[in-house]
Design a protein around this ligand. Structure first.
Ligand SMILES: NC(=O)c1ccc[n+]([C@@H]2O[C@H](COP(=O)([O-])OP(=O)(O)OC[C@H]3O[C@@H](n4cnc5c(N)ncnc54)[C@H](O)[C@@H]3O)[C@@H](O)[C@H]2O)c1
Length: 406
């Protein structure tokens, strides 16, 4: 039996996927409200195909609880934020969850850490914590790191098809864990050592952050001298060895906007390009805000003009708002002491910010300038509703003549 610890965006779909592929699974989370919701037959976030997967896993016998189980295999999927000052990974949730497991696990159990951690985290924080509890690693307990690559919005498909990496101290333990993941994963599963697995995950997200930053920097250069960044990128990408990404209003979520900082924190004198890239991406919401003021001035709007942000989530067609560019923009706008902007997102039903709307038509009726922050399908399908508006499109999806761009 596998006990999955942490039933959030990653742990829940992983647990459901294993359960629906013949693995006996019990999911544990210390958030009682979350466990109660799952036990009431409801999923805790919106994701394509998740409800169907949930029903299948329940049919196959998955259980949800706040208790840690006595078993031979644990998968830990708890948060790994970064410390805002040192930029280093904050491993406290992982260390605490490993401690919870060690309180109940039998000798010889395998503890798989799925959470993203910086290279060396398991050596620096997890091994000492395990040894302090009197366990000998490799005899009483086996440690494995199996980072996750899935993307919100396409998690179910990617769980089934992505390649995976498993890092283990002992080859046989890595192979045994590989078999558990192979119950559902059709991709290639590479078995390596723990530090290599830690580094690959962080490098993958860093690669993406640096490439996004390059596109964002081009957008700033092009804006400075009024060149069309999208046309320039389109033409450059016709070169057989060039593939530039698209600029945007910033980077959110708990991966690309967080993990590269781990390398800056651990290697401050070496990770220069990464450091600058992260600062460039983090500066985009402020850049967009200044562009809003510029567009307001160009259109003769006063400081109290009716401006609305379309989209609160960090990416399209999901309900995850963590570190979202819109929230970052609102934060920096509050520092400017400017009047609040109106906000609407079809995926966010709770009231999370001031002046939030829950109906697209009501939102549009109250604004003159619409800023497209997120390219949800809804706005792509309702472009004609923006015909009478001033549109600032940070995502390059607007098909209307005269829209402003980044
Ligand atoms: N969200 C993503 O897109 C994504 C993608 C790849 C990797 N990751 C990584 O996966 C890890 C988990 O991220 P997430 O987005 O699922 O986080 P999350 O915040 O959605 O979920 C974490 C869950 O763990 C629970 N938890 C924390 N400590 C616990 C403990 N000691 N015992 C029991 N439950 C505990 C929390 O209550 C929460 O429900 C992170 O390291 C993240 O970087 C996330």
């Amino acid at each position: 039996m596998v006990n999955v610890i942490g039933l959030g965006y990653i742990g829940l779909p992983t647990a459901l996927m294993m359960a629906s592929h013949g693995v006996e699974v019990i999911g544990t989370d210390y958030n009682k409200k979350l466990v109660d919701t799952l036990n009431a037959g409801k999923t805790t976030f919106k994701e394509k195909g998740l409800d169907e997967l949930f029903d299948e896993a329940v049919k196959c016998g998955i259980k949800f609880t706040t208790e840690y189980q006595v078993t031979d295999t644990y998968i830990i999927s708890v948060p790994t934020p970064y410390d805002k000052f040192s930029k280093k990974v904050d491993a406290c949730y992982v260390v605490a969850a490993v401690g919870n497991v060690l309180d109940v696990c039998p000798k010889g159990a395998t503890v798989v850490i799925e959470s993203t951690v910086s290279p060396g985290t398991i050596d620096k924080y997890v091994r000492p914590a395990v040894e302090a509890k009197g366990f000998t690693i490799g005899r009483d307990i086996h440690l494995v790191h199996a980072p996750e690559r899935i993307i919100p919005g396409n998690m179910v498909y990617e769980l089934l098809h992505n390649n995976r990496t498993i890092g283990a101290d002992e080859r046989e333990v890595g192979e045994a864990v590989r078999k558990i993941y192979a119950s559902f994963c059709g991709g290639e599963i590479v078995v390596t050592d723990i530090r290599t697995a830690e580094m690959t995950k962080v490098v993958e997200n860093t690669f993406r952050a640096v490439n996004i930053a390059f596109a964002n920097e081009l957008a700033k250069i092009c804006r400075h001298d009024n060149m069309d960044v999208y046309e320039i990128i389109r033409i450059c990408n016709m070169h057989p060895r060039v593939n530039i990404l698209q600029p945007g209003p910033g980077v959110g979520g708990h991966c690309i906007s967080v993990d590269p900082w781990f390398l800056v924190g651990d290697y401050p004198s070496l990770a220069k390009v990464i450091d600058e890239s992260m600062k460039t991406n983090d500066g985009m919401p402020e850049f967009v805000l200044n562009r809003i003021y510029e567009i307001m001035r160009e259109n003769g709007m006063t400081d109290t003009g009716r401006v609305g942000l379309y989209g609160l989530t960090y990416k399209e067609n999901v309900d995850d708002m963590r570190e979202s560019p819109t929230l970052q923009l609102l934060e920096s706008q509050a520092r400017h002491l400017a009047p609040p902007l109106k906000v609407y997102d079809p995926f966010v039903s709770d009231d999370v910010v001031k002046d939030q709307y829950h109906d697209l038509d009501e939102f549009l009726a109250d604004v003159d300038l619409v800023v497209i922050m997120v390219k949800h399908n809804e706005i792509r399908e309702n472009m004609d509703k923006l015909k009478e508006k001033i549109v600032f499109d940070t995502q390059n999806v607007c098909t209307l003549e005269g829209a402003y761009h980044i």
